[in-house]
Ligand binder design. Structure first.
Ligand code: MN
Length: 232
């Protein structure tokens, strides 16, 4: 009797463990928040710690969660690199395209944004990027001035992008919402978030002031390295 109970208990326990594993496998998210490459307060005083915390742990997390939720309906696409989803958006089921565009875009855009930010250290474009910028846009002051103007020109929420063109030149473009250059088959070297959630706590409606501040914490070494890598 006691042996039977033990055996039955063991079976129940094994069954529970199997069920738990199955649940975990089903719910393991395909997309996760990347580790932030700096502390929340690392961009002070330009970008305050509270804004960074909310922006990363709430807004970016929500895009990740919503992307996972949307792709639960299309397992064959789940887990594919986000840049692939966005550059092949028209191949996805039509019912998912808006959700993937908005939330996959949100995830990819913020992941790149964090990668190109860092504590203010007066960094400058270097190497091939420095050359191409001075040939096509101007010196760093001109580039920054045009980035501010582009940011101010976005009506509502969106992004400013420095993109690599097909001829390997670069240009500044803007996008609405969470759209990005991948949607039109182009590579982004960096993006600047001009959604109010990126600055409202500290700058309220003063977008120009925020743009001036965010330019202090762009890590141009990382943007330069990205351009060199994309040149191949
Ligand atoms: Mn944002």
């Amino acid at each position: 009797m006691s042996q039977l109970i033990t055996r039955r208990s063991a079976l129940v326990a094994a069954g529970t463990a199997t069920a738990a594993l199955a649940v975990r496998a089903q719910t393991a998210p395909a997309y996760t928040l990347p580790k932030l490459p700096f502390a929340y307060d690392a961009l002070e005083p330009y970008i305050d710690a509270k804004t960074m915390e909310v922006h990363y742990s709430k807004h970016h997390q929500a895009y990740v969660d919503q992307l996972n939720k949307a792709l639960a309906a299309a397992p064959q696409w789940q887990g594919r690199p986000v840049d692939q989803l966005l550059s092949q958006l028209s191949l996805l089921p039509a019912s998912l395209q808006v959700a993937v565009r908005n939330n996959g875009g949100g995830h990819w855009n913020h992941s790149l944004f964090w990668e190109t930010l860092g504590p203010a250290k007066d960094s400058k474009p270097s190497g091939a990027l420095s050359d191409v910028l001075s040939k096509t846009i101007g010196d760093q002051a001109a580039v920054e001035q045009k980035m501010v103007a582009a940011g101010l020109s976005v009506f509502g929420s969106g992004w400013v992008w420095l993109v690599m063109r097909g001829d390997r030149g670069v240009e500044l473009v803007t996008s609405p919402n969470q759209d990005n250059p991948l949607l039109s088959g182009r590579q982004a070297l960096m993006g600047i978030d001009v959604w109010e959630h990126a600055y409202y706590l500290k700058y309220q409606n003063r977008r120009a002031e925020y743009l001036g501040a965010i330019l202090k914490v762009i890590d141009w070494q990382k943007v330069s390295a990205r351009y060199t890598a994309l040149l191949g």
